[in-house]
Design a protein around this ligand. Structure first.
Ligand code: IPE
Ligand code: IPE
Ligand code: MG
Ligand code: MG
Ligand code: MG
Length: 295
């Protein structure tokens, strides 16, 4: 049985392998591949990929088979991080403990690398899962494309940017969390469930689980933004307060935010029970998040 460290290692190896393969077969300048690979391959927690593999596993699909899906989620995630850090967005210098993509490659290449990553993730799904029925793959791609764009992450990021320095309500904040962060977690778990062709009832439960996880994860991110150091975060501390962002912390205080976080974790535990799933890996993920918000 795999734990999160083992998952992380094997996800990293596969990401490296894919980048090497596609870069080698690419006709034009390699700088775009270097830029795409730079942010993707830096040390991230790989939670989206891990959760994708774990859902696949629980419904009968081995991690070797589901790996292209998991990697496509880390690739989409890297696109969202590169664009999120741009000077016109959050204007961040530090990501995963290293200079942000535009600091290393310049803004133009960073924008293009984000664009190219979106299509790279989809291409991997098409190229590497040829043994699956095409309607299953089409359904997965539908979810992938929805998530990457204006029905997913982009919708959340637009709402996030528009909310800066403005009074917004909690409903609006929930919307932002659900889309800018939740959409990708949801996609990660749903496409794994789709690959395993689970029934509608199970799918609904996974959807609820993933929705909850997206929100609780962004609450976690908002908490550590103001409780951990830049060194511990690997990104600039205190960002949200600096731009007067409404977060669960500014709205409910740190303890209030932790309470909501804990309630969502509990709700998710109940959903897994209902699905008759016991996952040490999901337990490990909650432990990791808990440790960081309570340190
Ligand atoms: C950061 O996500 C972006 C958010 C959605 C808050 P992670 O905290 O999962 O970042 P990495 O992948 O571990 O660097
Ligand atoms: C994360 O929001 C959303 C995306 C990256 C899409 P944040 O702006 O809070 O993420 P960090 O804190 O920069 O990782
Ligand atoms: Mg942001
Ligand atoms: Mg940011
Ligand atoms: Mg943040």
């Amino acid at each position: 049985m795999m734990n999160i460290l083992e998952y992380k290692k094997i996800i990293q190896q596969n990401l490296e392998k894919y980048f090497e393969e596609y870069k080698k077969n690419s006709s034009y300048s390699s700088v775009i591949w270097d830029s795409m690979a730079y942010t993707t391959l830096l040390d991230g927690k790989r939670l989206r990929a891990i959760m994708c593999l774990e859902i696949a596993k629980k419904f009968g699909i081995d991690y070797e088979i589901a790996m292209p899906l998991a990697c496509s989620m880390e690739i989409m995630h890297a696109y969202s991080l590169i664009h999120d850090d741009l000077p016109c967005m959050d204007n961040d210098d530090l990501r995963r403990g290293k200079p942000t993509n535009h600091k290393v490659f310049g803004e133009a290449i960073a924008v293009l690398a984000g664009d190219a990553l979106i299509s790279f993730g989809a291409k991997l799904i098409i190229d590497k899962l040829k043994n699956f029925p095409s309607d299953v793959i089409l359904d997965i791609l539908d979810e992938y494309l929805k998530t990457a764009g204006a029905q997913g992450i982009v919708a959340g990021q637009v709402a996030d940017i528009e909310a800066e320095n403005k009074k917004i309500d909690i409903e609006n904040l929930k919307y932002i969390h659900k889309y800018k962060t939740g959409a990708l977690f949801k996609c990660s778990m749903l496409i794994a469930a789709k690959l395993a062709q689970v029934n509608d009832k199970i799918m609904k439960n996974i959807e609820k689980y993933a929705d909850n996880f997206g929100v609780l994860f962004q609450i976690y991110d908002d908490i550590i933004d103001c409780t951990l150091t830049t060194q511990e975060l690997g990104k600039t501390a205190g960002k949200d307060a600096n731009v007067h962002k409404l977060t669960y912390v500014s709205a409910y205080g740190i303890d209030g935010a932790k309470n909501i976080f804990n309630n969502l974790v509990k709700e998710n535990y109940d959903i897994l029970m209902k699905l008759d799933i016991k996952s040490d890996v999901f337990d490990e993920i909650y432990e990791l998040l808990n440790k960081r918000i309570n340190n």
